[in-house]
Design a protein around this ligand. Sequence first.
Ligand SMILES: NC(=[NH2+])NCCC[C@H](N)C(=O)O
Length: 411
Amino acid sequence: MTKPIHVTSEIGKLKVVMLKRPGVEVENFTPDMMPRLLFDDIPYLPVAQKEHDAFADTLRDNGVEVLYLEKLAAEALDAGGDQVKDAFLEQMLAESGYAAGVLHNVLKEYLNSMSTQDMVIKIMGGVRKNELDFVPRDLVSAAEEEDYPFFMDPMPNLYFTRDPAASIGDGLSINHMTFTARRRESLFMEEIIKYHPRFANQGVQVWRDRNHDTRIEGGDELVLSDTVLAIGVSQRTSANAIEDIARNLFKNKSGYEKIIAIRIPHNHAMMHLDTVFTMINKDQFTVHPGILGEGGHIDTWTITQGKDGELNLDHRTDLKQVLKDALHLDDLDLIPTGAGDPIVSAREQWNDGSNTLAIAPGVVVTYNRNYVSNRVLREHGLKVLEVLSSELSRGRGGPRCMSMPLVREDL
Ligand SMILES: NC(=[NH2+])NCCC[C@H](N)C(=O)O
């Protein structure tokens, strides 16, 4: 039987992917909540869903099996049984601020009154105060939170399935994420890996779980080959988390021997490495020119196993040469987002022009709105499958962010 998780590159033919269809969570908030929820606008849900369905169809038309997070999560909890479902609910409530107390009890009863699937969808979508016939009488609720509409916040970023967990080889990292708005997301993946029949007891390795204080997100984790990873040192991923996962990968016979840490600017537009840099073919990458300094330089540290559990670091700034050496290539094509024009590249990067999803070597899925970057990709010989992007792009993520590959063919 094929392994439930097997990803040894960014570009091997994509066989199985996990998506999340945008649900009520992407519009169940007010404009003043947007910065905290990491959104720049509120998508128009019916259109966002249409666009997302078209994205999923594009993948299916190309032979990819599409799984949905919300369905896997409910199936996992049902397969786990009553105790597992109860423990999940306790954990979710605790992480939502209700470890115990009256509100904990009221919310638990409310969520427990639903089918497992409805409960999962409700937790994802958020619980408004006016859904419950209950007025809390404590001082915090009365004096500080009276006007706040939610007991449990929605999780609008769930459609970016790339980030809460990342497939690496025959395993994955389940991530402790940076901002409160996204922290609870990775709990779904933990349940899926532990209890869903497709994954449980199948030898899936968890290289690093979510019970950590240091931060890492899947948008920073790029699988360049069966031995080399690139990981962004970014707004979302800290250097100490990279050292930690490096130690685990080296120690646990993952096959990974080399991790290239790449430092990128720490800001919202470029929150992850994959917003500025993606692999699209054996010797081709997209790169946002805005991250490269003078002479095309950028800080990279290649991490390898040292003596006695120490890590060796090799600091270099010539990204092209670093990649050529690590991947044993004679030449490498770094394709600039927006053809390198300062206005176009910044605009198209904002709408994820660098955030391509490769579904086979040299075949990529991209947003149609980034027409300059798409033209350049075609000029460089790539096959570009464009998908609609008016509403989906409002969440600041593209086709790579919206997909978590579970199985790819080896190169
Ligand atoms: N892999 C990615 N680039 N994901 C994009 C995530 C966007 C999301 N709004 C966030 O800020 O977290």
